[in-house]
Design a protein around this ligand. Structure first.
Ligand SMILES: Cc1cc2nc3c(=O)[nH]c(=O)nc-3n(C[C@H](O)[C@H](O)[C@H](O)COP(=O)(O)OP(=O)(O)OC[C@H]3O[C@@H](n4cnc5c(N)ncnc54)[C@H](O)[C@@H]3O)c2cc1C
Length: 397
């Protein structure tokens, strides 16, 4: 029996391996991971205080032994043969599989400028390199005000480093939470003394006289000691497409996580575009909880093929920025304004989106984890938005 081969040993891959055993899978499990490091978690890379090392292990040597799995570190899967049910590694080794799980995630979109002191943030090595530079920095330039850019800005401000945050969009998070809440998130940066330059592009970035000089599209120049570029992620789909797998926005999978047309090949985490019954379409989600929940479903479906369970998630992501714990739940129709419930002291906020049938579809909360749980449950159970709203108003009194 060749067992399960998992390509990629980070959040989705490790949780798949662990869940296979939990669901009673007794066969061979091999995890192939390109990095030589024992697997570590990703969210702490942009959240852990600068005084500490951001490495939070996902798996220990003793757990590997207890689970009875094989971890092939420092090895990249480079080829897949669906006809032979094999993957080939970068050392030319061939692994036969009964079931293949693709958990190769995403990589940071590279910075368009390559000069010393310009970082991206995806791996532990990236995080350590950035932290080494920040230790000596007085001014950080952050390009891209999405989740990662915002968290790095927040981290730098926590140690008094001056931050300039640049984004092409006038209200960067409007694309995620709409204009009004996007403006609140922009204001959060300003309240924390971040110099925001929104609605402008970086035309050039170069290092001279031991300083970075960024020319912005409004003609201004920003000088900084170091820079972080957080402009999204990209997928490596070439080897999968070459093998004939259906790829578009990720590996196209059914609601059970099987690559369309390939019963023995599954995809989980950031690389996977699963069909979502709730949405009536495929979606690819780059969030931690999604990776863990998909891993659990695929493991269960491999361990108990006669009792497959579909995955129909209510998407969830959190982000820690300054003294705000921001949580986003479900899907938000940005053409409609949410109903906002907020309390001043201590500050907390919940925004509730609804559909035409008054069902709650999405939400955003700040410093209000119970509201986030209620919203996720409400969406999952189809509870009327008015009912969820009333519960939250009651709880906020
Ligand atoms: C700095 C940072 C902060 C984040 N914060 C949050 C947060 O607060 N909340 C949240 O919900 N999400 C957060 N995320 C996103 C979350 O971490 C990802 O959704 C999650 O890591 C996805 O897991 P994954 O295993 O699918 O992909 P990845 O984490 O990208 O892991 C894929 C792994 O596969 C390996 N690999 C790639 N190609 C190959 C190959 N060909 N062969 C073998 N191995 C390969 C890679 O080395 C990597 O280890 C954050 C991400 C980052 C980078």
């Amino acid at each position: 029996m060749s067992g399960v081969v998992i390509a990629g040993g980070s959040v989705a891959g490790v949780y798949t391996a662990r869940a296979l055993r939990r669901h009673g899978y007794a066969g061979r499990v091999r995890v192939v991971e390109a990095e030589a490091e024992l697997p570590y978690d990703k969210p702490p890379l942009s959240k852990t205080s600068l005084a500490q090392d951001p490495r939070v292990p996902l798996l220990t040597e003793s757990e590997v032994a207890d689970l009875g799995i094989e971890l092939l570190l420092g090895r990249r899967v480079t080829e897949l043969s669906t006809a032979a049910s094999t993957v080939t590694l970068d050392n030319a080794a061939e692994l036969q599989y009964d079931e293949l799980v693709i958990a190769t995630g995403a990589a940071a979109r590279p910075a368009p400028w390559s000069c010393p002191g310009v970082h991206v943030l995806r791996s532990l090595a990236d995080a350590r390199g950035l932290r080494a530079d920040l230790a000596a920095a007085r001014h950080l330039l952050v390009i891209g005000a999405g989740f990662i850019g915002a968290e790095v800005a927040s981290l730098a401000r926590s140690t008094g480093i001056a931050v300039t945050l640049v984004d092409e969009a006038a209200v960067p998070m409007a694309r995620v939470v709409g204009a009004a809440l996007g403006e609140r998130l922009a204001e959060l940066h300003r309240m924390n003394s971040v110099d925001t330059r929104f609605g402008v592009r970086v035309n050039s970035l170069a290092r001279h006289d031991n300083r970075l000089h960024a020319e912005l599209s409004d003609g201004s120049v920003v000088e900084a000691d170091t820079a972080v570029v957080g402009i999204g992620a990209r997928l490596d789909l070439d080897w999968l497409e070459f093998a004939g797998l259906p790829v578009g926005n990720g590996v196209e999978c059914d609601e059970y996580g099987r690559a369309k047309g390939f019963d023995k090949i599954h995809a989980v985490g950031d690389i996977a575009g699963w069909y979502q019954p709730r949405l009536g379409r495929a979606a690819r989600i780059e969030h931690w909880t999604n990776a863990v929940e998909q891993a659990d479903h695929v493991a269960q479906n491999i361990a108990r093929p006669d009792n497959r369970v579909p995955y129909d998630p209510v998407p969830y992501v959190w982000s820690d920025q300054y003294d705000w714990r921001i949580q986003l739940i479900g899907t938000r129709d940005l053409d409609h304004s949410p109903h906002i419930i907020e309390q001043a002291d201590p500050f907390r906020l919940a925004a509730v989106w609804r559909d035409d049938l008054d069902r709650v579809t999405g939400g955003m909360t700040v410093n209000w984890p119970q509201a986030s749980v209620r919203l996720r449950q409400g969406i999952s159970r189809g509870v009327p938005a008015s009912e969820v709203g009333a519960q939250l108003i009651g709880a906020s009194k």
